[in-house]
Structures are given as C-alpha cells and as structure tokens.
Ligand binder design. Sequence first.
Ligand SMILES: C[S@@+](CC[C@H](N)C(=O)[O-])C[C@H]1O[C@@H](n2cnc3c(N)ncnc32)[C@H](O)[C@@H]1O
Length: 446
Amino acid sequence: MEKINARKCAYHILIDIEENNAYSNIAMNRQLKGKSVESVDRRLITELVYGVLENKIYLDFMIGKLSKIKMKKIDPKVLNILRMGLYQLIYLDKIPSFAAVNESVKLVKKIDFKASGFVNGILRNFIRDRENIKVPTLSENQVMHLCITYSHPKWMVESWLKEFGQDFTIALLKANNETPKLSVRMNTLKTTKKELVEKLIRQGIDVFEDTYVEEAIHIGNLKNIAEMEIYKEGFFQIQDESSMLVAHVLDPKPGEFVIDVCAAPGGKTTHIAQLMKNKGKILARDIYEHKLKLINDNAKRLGIEIIKTEVFNAKETDENLYGQADKVLVDAPCSGLGIIRRKPELKYNKKPEDTKQLAKLQLDILNNASNYVKKDGILVYSTCTIESQENIDVIKKFINSHEDFEIRDINDYLPINFRGEQKILQLYPNIHGTDGFFICKLKKKA
Ligand SMILES: C[S@@+](CC[C@H](N)C(=O)[O-])C[C@H]1O[C@@H](n2cnc3c(N)ncnc32)[C@H](O)[C@@H]1O
C-alpha cells in the first residue's frame, strides 16, 4: 500500500477549499479518491482539515500577532501550512511540538522553499511567546472577542447578537465548532434495523442507536463508508438525522404523486420513496443536470423504481403540473448556516447579502411549487439554515399572498423531544444538538 503523506493531503484539501470555494466533504473525497488511506492517516487528515477550518480566524489572529509580514501579503499556500502547524501546536496534544514544527517546515520546503525560514520562525516564536498573545476580552470588545475566540466572521456574530442576544450567540458559536454525529438512514426496502446494525458491527463500524428518528443509526468511525459493500448494495443512505424529519412531515403514502422541486442529491427523495414503499410516482427535479445523476445513482443503489428525474429551474413555473400533486416538497437552496458543524467553510464563503437574495429565490420557488399541489394536498418547505429571513419570513410572505394555503401543526410528525408550542419546527445546534433546520407544513384548502 502506497503510504500517503497526511499533512500534504490535508494541505491540498485546504487549498482546494480556499481557492476553488469547494465544499470540505467534496474536496476531501476528490483528494482521497482512489488512494488507499490507512485509518490513522484519514483521522489526521480529517482533524487537520476540519480543525483548521473551525479555528481559522483564531489561528490567523495568532499568526498576525507573530508575523512581521502583513497577513494579506502572506502567500495563501504558506499561510495554510502555518495554520496547520499552529493547529497542531495548540490543539493536538499527541503531536510533540518539535514534530509539528519540523513537519511544517518539511512541507513548506516542497511547496515554496524560500518560505521555510519564515514558517520555522513563526512556529518557534509561538512556542516561546504563546502566553503573551492576548485575545480582546468580552468586556474590552464583545464582537471581536467572539469572532476570534470562536472563529466566526464579524457580520455573522453581529447579526446573531442582534437577533438572539449574547448568551444564545455564545452557545451557538460553541456548538457550531463541535463535531456532529455521523448518521445513516437504513433502507427499509431492503433491511431491518437489527440486520443493518449487525452488518455494520461485523464490518468494524462503531454503532450507536441513540437516535430520535426510527430509521436513523449513528456511526462513529472514519472508514470511508461509501466504499463499503453494504453501502454499494443499498442497505443504507448517508443522511443527517434532522434532514430525515422532512419526509416524515411530508408523510407520503404508497400510490401518491409527489413532486420534489429541489431534489439533488436525493437524500429526501429516496427517503420519501422508502416511506411510499416504492409504490406511486415521484418527480424529482433540480436545476443542475449533473446532480440528477446523483439522485438516479442513489435510487438505483437503494432499489427504488418510482423516481423520475428532470432538469427544471424551480424559479419557472410548469403549467402542465398545476393541481396534480398530492404532495410537494421545497427543500430550498439556502445559506446553510445550520450546518456549519459539518461544513465549517460556510463561515468564510457566505456573505451578509446572500440571505436577502436567497430569501427572494426561496419565495419564488415556493410560489411556483404551490401551483402543483392538489386541493387538500400538502406543501412542505424546509431549509438547513437558522436565518429567520430564509425561514419564517418566507412563510409569512407566502401565506400573506396565498389565502388558499394554511400552516398545519407538524408536532404529531416529530419525535417527542422536538415537539413544541409552535406549528413549525426550527432546530438549533446549541439547543437540540442537531443541525440547524427549519420545516413548515402547508395545506391547500379544499
Ligand atoms: C438543499 S439542496 C437539496 C437537497 C436535497 N433535497 C436532498 O435532500 O438531498 C437544494 C438543491 O436545490 C438546487 N437548486 C438551486 N437552485 C435551484 C433552482 N432554481 N431550481 C431547482 N433547483 C435548484 C440545488 O442544485 C440543490 O441541489
């Protein structure tokens, strides 16, 4: 087996994320594809990539204090090696300081030989001077304290302080830097929970059954599960547990016609098909043709035959479908600020103006999708964000212009610990220990 260099792989992944705006999971798969990576290396790569992303603003604050060269003038390649080196020195007790420095210097020599003295100097200065580098305290500068300590951009911290207040914001920032559980959805068309749990354990996977959704299983180690035979044979789908709630709220029945207007990669569409026992019809649309392949591949692997995929821009309307569907799902494109735990790069990729633009797109999509619902039919709107502009505000605007729809109480479709006073569901990582998620169920009046 070819021995890979874990630090070099992590470096390439971080550069891909920074230079190409790639999502962390996609950059990781791209870098590791076709390579046989030992568990110990996979663990270090994951730790370095996610550790640096989660703590980037804090690490850059430290580098800024230690460097005579201005941050903006440091080559991003060298900067990422410095961030990785510093991350090891601050957070990874098992790696001795000399190894963190030496390995960083060795790596930078391969990338930019003349920067090796600079990297060596900064890391050694940090070891000597770390006690003297001070982050502003909460009372000195509330916003900067929170931005640096929890590595979130200024606009995000300011906006959350305004909406939620200080205590909630601190809890949210902390929760966003925690490692979420990895969950899979058992494919009820092919297996039972008991059988799948046994198969996973036999494959050396740690399994935890502390779930709130019946079909969910938490798994706890870092093997590449998508390369396992039981995955390829369609016994399960990788899906976050909170996102599994959406199909339950939609509550599709065998034989119905369901339209999913933003469907790729098909996590929820395939779950809907499962709940329909593979009987009926699902039209799964997305704006990107290449993403439809992901839905088709997932459906085939899971043994689902009722999904028809189609490229369609949900901003446009399709009169052929007016009043046709029993149920319609709008799992809208959103800022994703509820899944920072899984994609910490979102903290740096998103801009404050995104929310406003997205809210407009979301309302357009919801308006169009509502035309496809039959009388007495159901329309579900969901996002993986905690921004009210993209959630409840979209619903309020929709309801104001659609007297023929009403909000239905979704509590009966939720696990007991998520039931509340409100008819809709808004999950927060700091309160529910899940991704931030929004779900609203609307019914078209008869
Ligand atoms: C939140 S994701 C959907 C996730 C999917 N429902 C699942 O569970 O796997 C939003 C999807 O909307 C798609 N999208 C973005 N703009 C769109 C548009 N104007 N029309 C249709 N789909 C769009 C994106 O390509 C993306 O796949």
